[in-house]
Design a binder for this molecule. Structure first.
Ligand code: PHB
Length: 390
C-alpha cells in the first residue's frame, strides 16, 4: 500500500509527500502602481502559501503570461517586475517553511472580456469563434466587477502565435527569478492552449492548425521553451481531456490527441501531467462529483504507458483512504486536494493524524476581504490548544 506520506522524487525535486495543493484562484492580489504592473502578489499571499508549506508540492494560483492573458480580474501575473518582486516574497516564505512551490502559467485566449484587457482590446484566440455561454469575472456596464459573457476574440496570426511561445518562455524566466521550483503550464479547461488542441474549434490553416502535430505544436513549442528555461523535471502540464469547460466543443479526436500529447510531453522532459477529471458534462466544476467515466481507468492506463513522469490526480479528494486507494491503483503518483486546502492550512498533519477537517465558507473564496476566509484558519493543534476543537 502506498502511503500519502511516502516521499516522491519529481525529477530533481524531492517532495516530502504525495500531497499536492493544486492551483486555486483566491483574488487577494494588490493592484499594481502602473497599469502595466498587472495584479501583484503581496505579503498576505506569502502568509497564505507559507501556512500551507507542509504540502508535498504547492502549485500556485494561475498567472497571466502577459497583459492579453488577463481573463479574470485580480488574477496575478508574472510579466512585470512588480509581480516578480511580489512572488519572491511568497516563494521565500514557502521555502523558509520547508515547502516546494511551482507556478501555474496560463493564457486565457478567448475566455476574456475587453473591460479588463489593455485599452479595451478584444481577447485573442486560436480562432475568432466566441465561447458562447461562457462568462468571466470582469467589469459590467456600470463599471462594477461581476461575471460577464466573454467577448468575441480575434484570431492570433501565425507570427503572433510564435511570439506567444516566447512570451511563455519569458514568463517562465520570470518565475525562476521569483524563486519558483518549477512551473505548470495550464493546457486545460478551454483556455488558449486547449483552444489550439481541440480539432473542432481549431480550424486554422497555418502550421498551428489541421493535423494532430499542428494542433499540438503551440503546446510543444511552449514546453520546449519552458523546459529550456527551467531544466527537465521542473515543468508540469495540466490537461483536461473530455472537459467541456469554456464552451469547448466535443472533440471526436480527444483520445488520440491526449495520448499523443502525453507521449510527446514525456519525450520533452516534462515532470508530470496534472489531470482534473471530474468536470461534469455541463462544464460546471463547482458542483462536480467524482465521475471517473469521463476519463476512465483504461484510458489512464494507456496514457501511463506512454509517459514516464508522474500523474497528479485532482478531483474532489477529501480523505486519506480514497487518496491512498487511488495511489494503489498504480495509475497515479500524486493526489491533489483543492478545496480542503482552503480551510486546512495543515491539511497534511490532519490527514496524517486523522484529525477532522474544517470547512470553508464559499462566500469568502474570491473576495477582497484580505485575511477573512484566507489566512485566518488555524492549524488543528493550535485550535485544540485553545479549546476550540471541532
Ligand atoms: C480554470 O482552470 O478553469 C480556472 C483557473 C482560474 C480561474 C478560473 C478558472 O480564475
Amino acid at each position: 500500500m502506498t502511503s500519502l506520506f511516502d516521499p516522491y522524487d519529481l525529477g530533481p525535486v524531492r517532495l516530502k509527500s504525495r500531497i499536492v495543493m493544486p492551483p486555486m484562484t483566491r483574488t487577494r492580489t494588490t493592484e499594481g502602481d502602473l497599469p502595466t504592473d498587472g495584479d501583484v502578489p503581496n505579503a498576505l499571499m506569502a502568509t497564505y502559501y507559507g501556512q500551507r508549506a507542509s504540502a508535498g508540492l504547492i502549485i500556485s494560483e494561475v498567472n497571466d503570461v502577459d497583459q492579453s492573458s488577463h481573463g479574470y480580474a485580480r488574477v496575478p501575473g508574472i510579466h512585470s517586475e512588480a509581480q516578480v518582486r511580489g512572488w519572491r516574497v511568497v516563494t521565500d516564505e514557502v521555502h523558509r517553511r520547508g515547502g516546494t512551490i511551482f507556478m501555474q502559467l496560463w493564457h486565457v485566449g478567448r475566455l476574456a472580456h475587453s473591460s479588463i484587457l489593455p485599452n479595451g482590446q478584444a481577447p485573442v484566440g486560436a480562432t475568432a469563434e466566441r465561447a458562447e455561454g461562457s462568462e468571466v469575472f470582469a467589469h459590467g456596464p456600470d463599471g462594477r466587477l461581476r461575471f460577464m459573457p466573454v467577448d468575441t476574440p480575434r484570431a492570433l496570426g501565425t507570427e503572433e502565435v510564435s511570439a506567444m511561445v516566447r512570451t511563455f518562455a519569458n514568463a517562465a524566466a520570470n518565475a525562476r527569478r521569483a524563486g519558483f521550483d518549477g512551473v505548470e503550464i495550464h493546457a486545460a479547461n478551454g483556455y488558449l492552449i486547449e483552444q489550439f488542441m481541440n480539432s473542432v474549434l481549431n480550424t486554422r490553416t497555418d502550421r498551428y492548425g489541421g493535423s494532430l502535430e499542428n494542433r499540438t505544436r503551440f503546446l510543444m513549442e511552449i514546453v520546449d521553451a519552458v523546459v529550456a528555461e527551467f531544466g527537465p523535471g521542473r515543468v508540469g502540464v495540466r490537461l483536461s481531456p473530455f472537459g467541456k469547460y469554456g464552451s469547448m466543443p466535443a472533440d471526436p479526436l480527444t483520445e488520440e490527441t491526449f495520448l499523443y500529447v502525453v507521449e510527446q510531453l514525456g519525450r520533452r522532459g516534462v515532470a508530470y501531467v496534472h489531470l482534473l477529471y471530474e468536470l461534469l458534462p455541463d462544464g460546471n466544476m463547482e458542483s462536480a462529483e467524482f465521475k471517473p467515466r469521463y476519463l476512465d481507468h483504461a484510458m489512464l492506463a494507456k496514457a501511463r504507458a506512454k509517459f514516464p513522469g508522474a500523474f497528479i490526480w485532482c478531483g474532489g479528494f477529501t480523505d486519506r483512504a480514497r487518496a491512498e486507494a487511488s495511489l494503489d491503483t498504480g495509475l497515479v503518483d500524486l493526489i491533489a486536494f483543492g478545496r480542503p486546502y482552503i480551510a486546512n492550512p495543515d491539511l497534511s498533519e490532519r490527514l496524517r493524524n486523522g484529525w477532522p477537517l474544517a470547512v470553508a465558507d464559499r462566500s469568502t473564496y474570491y473576495t477582497r476581504n484580505g485575511e477573512v476566509g484566507y489566512t485566518d484558519f488555524p492549524a488543528y493543534s493550535n485550535d485544540r490548544a485553545v479549546g476550540k476543537a471541532a
